[in-house]
Design a protein around this ligand. Sequence first.
Ligand code: GDP
Ligand code: MG
Length: 209
Amino acid sequence: MTTHTKIDHMHPKRERTLVLIKPDAIQRTLIGEVVQRYERLGLKLVGLKFVRPTKELVEKHYMNDPEWVSKTGAKFIAHATAHKLNIKFHDPVKMGEHILHRLSKYMTSGPVIAMVWQGLHAVAIVRKITGSTEPLSSDVGTIRGDFVLDSYEFSDAEDRSIRNLVHSSGSVDEARSEIDLWFSKDELIDYILIQEKVLYSAHMDGIFE
Ligand code: GDP
Ligand code: MG
């Protein structure tokens, strides 16, 4: 018989983040590489599924933050102005909506893997390993820096979304709403990983026999 102890979901070691392995990463046969990067940090996989995302799901995912459209549009215009790139729409909302339309085409083009990773500083640490949005400027050692070679200049010229292999939540609040969107409660599994004793216990006692 299993005994159910009450789990403190607010404990810092239980911070959770959402990762999506995007269609290009799956076509590039990088599932194992991506999973390995997060797994070897010491994070625990608590949710995993293979999905065919709908346009509605992708739009909800990015529009979780109601200001995402205008913020992303404004960021795009500032970047394109500084780099003398072509700007399709000068209105941030229109440009943001266009970026969302490209993203929706990209994210529904093939299967996606959705995962929830749990552990101390999960959100920030997963973001660090994922790397910044544009592969051209992502740091070496990150997933976006090591496995792909796209740029805003090239993707914008082709009027398509930048292909950056993975998504990871940008903040703890974003993670919470994204996890609720992609997973139901019973799809997330609470379990003990033996290595947590080394990662989180105050003293590493009881190793010598
Ligand atoms: P992320 O959290 O690093 O994935 O980046 P954001 O949440 O800011 O943006 C989500 C997605 O929108 C990115 O993965 C890109 O595909 C796209 N995107 C964001 N900003 C820009 C931009 O300035 N230009 C273009 N072309 N796409 C962008
Ligand atoms: Mg984001």
